[in-house]
Design a protein around this ligand. Structure first.
Ligand SMILES: NC(=O)c1ccc[n+]([C@@H]2O[C@H](COP(=O)([O-])OP(=O)(O)OC[C@H]3O[C@@H](n4cnc5c(N)ncnc54)[C@H](O)[C@@H]3O)[C@@H](O)[C@H]2O)c1
Length: 308
């Protein structure tokens, strides 16, 4: 095992429990802190439920299961951990209070990665005496399945720390990207927001139903995006490569971009979306649909794995 064999999870809700499952599957022991009275039961139940998928994806190390322990304080959970994934609620006050409690207890070489989706690294650094060990390590839900982690450090980050974090994430099966500049929503959530904005615009304009706009993504470009990103795909979309593609279609895209919508998430928009979504769901439940999503994701990930 490399230099990270013991980890800690702070906040074991939707995101933290999923990270805990992945860290444990990778053979690293996990120390959990979450003040919710039932956090031990819910975290262990989540890990049990996630385990078959992790096994199916080849992410479980052979041998005895790594220990998952539960602690009464954040400081106690982090005290021997070389890597800490922080997933406490997305409120700056709670993040800062957590950092103030753990900072004196951390090992000198420990890395602390925050899962924060909306808060920026510099906002979170303000909660430290010395923030040189804090990075952004933003996953996509659920982290034990979706490979992407957006990582970010800045000039207050210790030299080499980001590379150590990237190596750790790679060892547990993650694909990292570096965010080089602070923007709200980092990279992937902004991309999701851009697609959803146009999807909503098309529905509000009556161009297609919620169900059909969703199908236009999942049965069309969404399938290609699981293989490659948009620029790589357009680069092979013309025999002369990306330059030829841009020469050919540049003005077409300029026209489409000028025509894209700017919907607003007001009560009327929400009502239109919810009613279209209910039609598409027919009689299935959210639980059934999320189980279906996970089963499909696992098969897609398995298919993609041998292809690199
Ligand atoms: N849900 C997502 O899709 C998603 C995706 C990526 C990143 N994130 C980020 O992950 C973080 C956690 O989000 P979540 O969706 O798991 O939230 P959540 O509400 O499901 O979980 C938060 C957990 O933190 C616990 N908690 C509350 N106060 C605490 C404290 N002081 N110390 C430790 N734990 C505490 C709660 O009991 C709860 O179990 C947020 O920063 C969020 O932006 C969420």
């Amino acid at each position: 095992m490399p230099d990270i064999s013991h980890t800690a999870i702070l906040g074991s809700g939707v995101i933290g429990a999923s990270w805990a499952a992945l860290f444990a599957a990778s053979g690293r022991s996990v120390a959990v802190y979450d003040p919710a009275p039932d956090s031990k039961e819910t975290t262990l139940a989540y890990i049990e439920k996630a385990w078959p998928a992790l096994q199916g994806l080849g992410l479980v190390q052979p041998g005895p299961r790594a220990q998952v322990t539960f602690h009464a304080t954040a400081a106690d959970a982090v005290k021997d951990a070389q890597f800490v994934q922080e997933n406490v609620p997305e409120r700056l006050g709670i993040k800062h209070a957590t950092y103030a409690k753990i900072e004196p207890a951390l090992l000198p070489q420990a890395i602390v990665a925050s899962s924060a989706s909306g808060l920026t690294l510099s906002q979170m650094q303000d909660g430290w005496q010395n923030p040189d060990r804090l990075i952004l390590g933003h996953p996509f839900n659920p982290p034990h399945l979706i490979p992407l982690v957006e990582v970010m450090g800045n000039d207050r980050t210790a030299p080499g720390l980001l590379r150590r974090a990237e190596a750790f994430y790679a060892e547990i099966g993650k694909t990292t990207i570096r965010v080089n500049k602070e923007v709200p929503g980092h990279v992937a959530n902004r991309l999701q927001a851009a697609i959803w904005r146009e999807a909503i615009h098309l529905v509000l304009e009556g161009v297609a139903s919620v169900e059909d706009v969703d199908k236009a993504v999942s049965a069309g470009p969404g399938l290609r995006w699981a293989a490659m990103g948009p620029t790589a795909l357009f680069g092979i979309g013309a025999s002369g490569g990306l330059e030829a593609f841009c020469d050919h279609f540049g003005e077409v895209f300029n026209g489409w971009w000028d025509d894209l919508g700017q919907p607003h998430m007001d009560a009327q928009t929400i009502q239109t979306l919810v009613s279209g979504w209910q039609d598409a769901m027919q009689d299935t439940s959210v639980e059934e649909q999320s189980a279906k999503r996970d089963a499909m994701l696992i098969e897609i990930l398995k298919a993609l794995k041998p292809l690199g």
